[in-house]
Design a protein around this ligand. Structure first.
Ligand SMILES: C[S@@+](CC[C@H](N)C(=O)[O-])C[C@H]1O[C@@H](n2cnc3c(N)ncnc32)[C@H](O)[C@@H]1O
Length: 277
């Protein structure tokens, strides 16, 4: 039992002390073990970003994401979210049900080739500040196959991953899909201390998937926690393929500035197919 727990014991009696020992001591030893690599205080700063007038902050821009990234200076952004619209999984799994409501909309969204995804990743690596983070959304198919190729030759490497439990069961030939994965990549130099300031984000995150706005909505709360972990107030967060603009929502909730776009008129598409309520 550590000294702090012993002091508490004398104040709160046996039951209280046992509860605290059980619950607090693991946290304290974790803190001691990670003291060398973790600090809740940010030691990185983002330079003030000068944006051209055609890139207003905190709006839903309709434009190509590569064009948007191309307008940003190198080493200027603390965090980028990227959720590619990949085709691979439908080509390879051939569920054969793409004409049904939500799947129909998904297929009609502009797809990104592997080459385009690689190009996006390269641009993201360029605009991130040193030790900045890319939160890359992938499904299990890409997680288990070729997602690492996208960042090959860049200064990004994988440092962590969060599994999102959508609390809704989807399709699958064997097991049925209920999760997606947010792979965390960091630009060199790779470090947690002074850059990642949160201690409370579990690597499995349950947040019910919302079926509004877009077929690929990502969880606003989780994205908000990740944003807070690696940025300071008013820092810029970028999402070059924003879909429902869930990252914009997370930024507004957490006091960060958002810059992002989508190439498609999603609301028009959704209304036509009558699937987003
Ligand atoms: C998987 S969705 C993103 C969903 C988003 N993360 C959310 O939470 O709603 C991918 C989006 O990329 C968009 N997209 C495809 N090609 C694009 C491009 N070249 N530039 C910008 N957006 C693009 C699609 O229209 C689609 O809405």
């Amino acid at each position: 039992m550590c000294r702090v727990a012993r002091d508490l014991f004398s104040r709160v009696g046996m039951q209280g002390a046992e509860w605290m020992t059980r619950n607090l001591e693991p946290m304290m030893s974790f803190d001691r073990a990670t003291a060398g690599v973790f600090s809740g205080v940010r030691a990185v700063e983002c330079p003030p970003v000068q944006l051209p007038p055609d890139l207003p902050l905190n709006t839903r821009l309709k434009m190509d994401g590569l064009e948007l990234l191309g307008k940003l200076s190198g080493d200027s952004v603390a965090a980028v979210f990227f959720d590619p619209q990949f085709r691979g999984v439908y080509d390879k799994l051939k569920y054969g049900n793409e004409k049904t409501s939500r799947n129909h909309v998904r297929v009609e969204l502009p797809q990104m080739s592997e080459a385009a995804i690689t190009e996006f990743t390269k641009e993201i690596a360029r605009v991130l500040i040193p030790s900045g983070h890319l939160f890359l959304w992938v499904d299990k198919f890409h997680l288990c196959s070729d997602f690492r190729n996208w960042s090959e030759g860049t200064r990004l490497s994988v440092v962590d991953m969060v599994t999102w439990d959508k609390e809704i069961v989807g399709l699958g030939y064997r097991t049925r899909h209920r999760s997606e994965f947010c792979v965390v990549l960091q630009k060199e130099p790779r470090r947690a201390k002074g850059v990642w300031t949160a201690r409370n984000i579990p690597d499995v995150w349950a947040e019910r998937m919302r079926r509004k706005n877009h077929p690929h909505n990502k969880p606003v709360e989780l994205q908000g926690e990740l944003i807070e972990a690696v940025t300071a107030e008013n820092d810029l967060v970028v999402d070059p393929a924003a879909g429902s603009f869930s990252v914009l929502e997370a930024c507004l909730q957490r006091g960060r500035n958002f810059l992002g776009c989508d190439v498609a008129e999603l609301n028009v598409l959704a209304e036509r197919d009558g699937v987003m309520v």
